[in-house]
Design a protein around this ligand. Structure first.
Ligand SMILES: [Cu+2]
Length: 178
């Protein structure tokens, strides 16, 4: 009798685990941190156009510019400024710390240049097209809260539900098998 209960409980456990895995799998809209230039970081002598083509960027993602402070900088600019490399106008934001984290809050085209003389024309510039976060997190509710947290807050809720179901299932099994 006890063995039957145990095996029933085990199959219940497996079912719940599988259900939890499915929920986690569907929850792919986590935000990502993209280090500009990957391992080579934000430096001259690199083609940032091809770097920018390698990834998909979503709202909530973070761009991280890493470089030796004072040797480079990162300006968010308008497209015309990106094309001309003339930062006398069209600068939207300036980052100069050497380890700048730029959160991509909007679904739009972002343009970045290095404003150290010669660097922009030398290739330290790129544009990216930031898209809305994927379907799992697009709802009016998500727009109100920061996209970064949308998935993270969702997962613990599912696990709490899973634990609740465990207790409930155990209760049923105890009742009917004795
Ligand atoms: Cu530079």
């Amino acid at each position: 009798m006890e063995e039957a209960m145990f095996s029933k409980y085990c199959s219940f456990l497996i079912m719940i685990l599988m259900a939890n895995l499915l929920f986690l799998k569907g929850c792919t809209a986590t935000s990502e941190v993209h280090t500009v230039g990957d391992d080579e970081e934000w430096n001259d002598g690199k083609d940032f156009f091809s770097w920018s083509q390698k990834y998909n960027f979503s709202v909530g993602d973070v761009l991280r510019f890493k470089y030796v402070k004072g040797q480079h900088n990162a300006y968010e600019v308008r497209e015309t400024t990106y094309r001309s490399c003339d930062a006398s106008s069209g600068v939207l934001a300036k980052y100069e710390s050497g380890d700048d984290q730029v959160k991509l809050n909007q679904a739009k085209k972002y343009w970045f240049i290095c404003n150290v003389p010669g660097h922009c024309l030398g290739g330290m510039r790129f544009g990216i097209d930031v898209k809305e976060a994927s379907a799992a997190s697009t709802s009016s509710q998500m727009e109100a809260s920061p996209p970064l947290n949308s998935c993270k807050s969702y997962v613990p809720l599912r696990w709490r539900m899973g634990i609740f179901i465990h207790i409930f299932a155990l209760g049923i099994l105890l009742r009917f098998d004795f």
